[in-house]
Design a protein around this ligand. Sequence first.
Ligand code: BES
Ligand code: MN
Ligand code: ZN
Length: 520
Amino acid sequence: MIQHARVVTLEDLADATTVVIPVIFDDEGALIAEAIPANVAGHDIARTMDAPWCSARGLSATAGSSLARAFFHGPTLLFVSLGSTYNQVDNFRMAGAAAVQRGEGDVVVFLLPTDAIEEPDQAAQAVVEGALLASYDFKSTDEDRSFDVVALGVPLPSVADHDDVAQGVGRAVVVANAVNWAKRLIDTPPNELSPKELAKRFAQHLGEDDDVQVEIWTESKIRDERLGGLLGVGAGSAEPTRLVYALYQPPGARAHVALVGKGITFDSGGLSIKSGEGMMAMKTDMSGAAIVMATLSIIAKLALPVRVTAIAPLSENLSGDRAMRPGDVLTTRNGMSIEVLNTDAEGRLVLADALALAVEANPDAIIDVATLTGAQTVALGDEVGALFASTDELAHLLERASERSGEMLWRLPLVAAYEKHIESDIADMKNLGKSGKAGAISAALILQRFTGGRPWAHLDIAGPGRADATRGYVTKGATAFGARTLVEFLTQVAVVDADSSRDVDADDGSWADDEGLVDR
Ligand code: BES
Ligand code: MN
Ligand code: ZN
């Protein structure tokens, strides 16, 4: 797995084992930017290549397609397609992925023609993100390979372009390493990663970041704080339940976003037990938790001026002799009761408590991420996440963020008429909607009841949270889908907030004291 990337110069090509040359396609064939040297490592580089000649060798207008030329001496030249434009950011991720997947040797260097590109910082970030994300491998963490970028211009890149590239590369390293960290946690077998162990790993990782405080709530604290939904779900497991409460509070930040992530370390379904097939991938049911913690860590490492609270309820849904039963009624943090009619609809129970806690932190917006329903996958498949939002503004911000991240989202409605599907005869609600109908929506409607009327969005990533095969920079297994979108979203929030001139009284930080946060 590659963990480092740098900006290097043309002189450094002497050490390269692969030099990557991006191409775009028009009707005639492949075009190579003016800024790419006419001679690379002793080989003449033409400005155009015939389309049939290219496609016969695998290089086409499909972004990420490639053609390798190896020689007796010197580096392999790898031509990689960016599609038909230099201005599709996701195509740069595909190209970065192709570079590490099909590049040879330990030193892969990507030539980036900045004057052909509108946003060189975005392109550089995307290339490196694609490369580092694609190099993720659960089984091997060796760091022998390096991935470097050369910023090129005609005759030289401007200082501004060079700095943009350096910044983009730096951001990509932070983002991709945190996303790969989340993927590794999600892929870790559930016997190695109990709620207790996961809480410990979160606290260890986040503890390294400036301006971050992390608190682990044990079962007695969770009971004292009356998180009845979370306790109910964890009751059937010998592994104790945990809740991780993390706070990134940079000086001067005004906007405050609370993130909540579902953290079921294994979902057997509980007494409403799943089939053997149905539980094979259920170690990934803590994806949301890993994603929100990775996001907070990225925002802290980038030192963005936005306050982030991340809350992860962690438990294991098993069917031990203390397990909650279909028919049980649980009382949640905000006093609302839920009749549990299916113990496999456990995500909404743990999220109910965590969302209620998030409301108490008084954020400007709350966003939760959860592998919540099989119905989400039925509706949108495994490459598109479901977005629910209580306000159009929040929905649009997340849609824009998703366009930038390449993580596709599609908004589904919070259908008020379906509230009747979650009514209970004996409690405030039941944890099941109408059988076979709009299951992703009824789950979202339950969550909404715990958001205190605040701007709130919910990402149901049951499908895209896991990939059954590698495609481009999305590697097989855990994807941590949503983390990069949240980073884009929070980046926008921080920028807009810093630009706005509204006056807000200086925050004395007393909020943290009110909540009784302590470092452990
Ligand atoms: N963790 C599952 C949802 C899931 C399914 C995620 C497949 C990823 C892949 C969730 O806890 C669950 O079991 N949901 C049930 C809800 C139902 C009982 C109302 C489902 O979708 O079947
Ligand atoms: Mn379940
Ligand atoms: Zn689940």
